[in-house]
Design a protein around this ligand. Sequence first.
Ligand SMILES: [Zn+2]
Length: 367
Amino acid sequence: MTIKQLLFELEKWIPTQIAWSKDNVGIQVGEVESKIQNILLALDLNLEIIEEAKSKSANLIITHHPLFFNPARSITSNTLQGKLTIELLKNNISCYAAHTNLDSVNGGVNTTLANLLDLKEIKILAPLQDSLCKFIVFVPEKNVEQVAEAIHSVGGGMFLKYDKCSFRTKGTGTFRGSSDSKPAIGKPMKLEYAKEIKIEILTEQWKISEIIKAVHENHPYEEIAYDIISLNNTHHNFGLGAYGSLKKKMKSIEFLKFVKNKLKVSAIRYSGNISSVSKVAVCGGSGSKYLLNAIQKGADAFITSDISYHIFQEYSEKILLIDAGHYETEHHVLPSLQKNLEKIIYNHKETSKVHISHKMKNPVSYL
Ligand SMILES: [Zn+2]
C-alpha cells in the first residue's frame, strides 16, 4: 500500500473538503507514491519527532497542525519550518496535516474531548453549512439497481449509521432522438414514452463529479437527464465543537475540578458566575468564536483555549467559560487517529505500526 492509498482511505473519515477554507490540510511534504512503512502521530512537528520517526522506521508523520499554515517564501535552514522540511526530505519522510477536518468529524478532536468529559447525547456545536446537495437522475426501470449502486459506491446517500439511502418514484420519461441519435430505447426520430424511475440522493457537493462519472459509466442512455440542487440543510455528520449533558449536575467548582482531573492539567483559566453545570459545550484548540453557539445551545459551561481577557470579561454573567489550554484540549485525539489508521492497515493486510510520538512538546509551561 502506498502513502497515497493510505491517505485516500483516511480521508474517507476526515474529508479535506470539510476543513476551514483558509486551512492547509493534506500532504505537506513528501513522495506519496512510496510504499507505507510505519506511521508516527503528533500534534506539531519538531526535529526530535523526525529523529523518533527515523528510529521507528516511520516514513509518514501525521500532525494536527500543518507544517505550512502560511505559504513559505523560501525553504532554508534559517527557519525552523525550513529545517524541518529539509530533514523530512533528506530522510524520505512524508508529512501530512489533519487539522480542521480532524476537528470536524465524529471521533475527531471535539467529540473525543466531549467523550473524555463523559458527556451524553453528544451533538455537533456548529454543523457544517452549505455542503449538501440533492442529486436526481432519471433511469430506465431495468437499470435502476445498477445506477443506484454506482452512485452509492462513490459515497452518495451515505450518512452517519446509514448508507445506500435513496428515494425512488416511478414515472414516464419522453424523448425523441434526432436522425443521428442512438437511443437505448426506441428509434431515432420517433417520440418515445419510457418507464423510468427518478432516483433522489442526498450527498455532499464535493462528491458530485465522482457521482456523475459513475452514472455515465452505468446509465444506458446517450443523453442522461439529471439535476443537482443545492440545499440549505446543515450537515449532521460534520462540524466544529460538540455539546452534551453531564451524567449528573455539578456545582461549578466541582465541575472545574472535574475538568482538570479529566484533562490531567495542573491549571485552567476560567470566568463565570454560574452556580451549577449540567450542559457542556467544548471546542478543542482556539474555539472562542463558537462561544455564542454554546450559549445558544443552552450550555452552562464552554471549554476551549486561547480565550482573551475581554472575552472572559464580557461573558462572565452568561456562561462558565473555561480555557483548558490549546495542547491540552487537542492531544486526546491522537489515540482515535491511531485506531482509525490501524483499522485501514488491518483491512489492507499491511503490517505497518502506528505510533503516537513521545517527543511532543507543549509550547506553554505552567509554574
Ligand atoms: Zn490547534
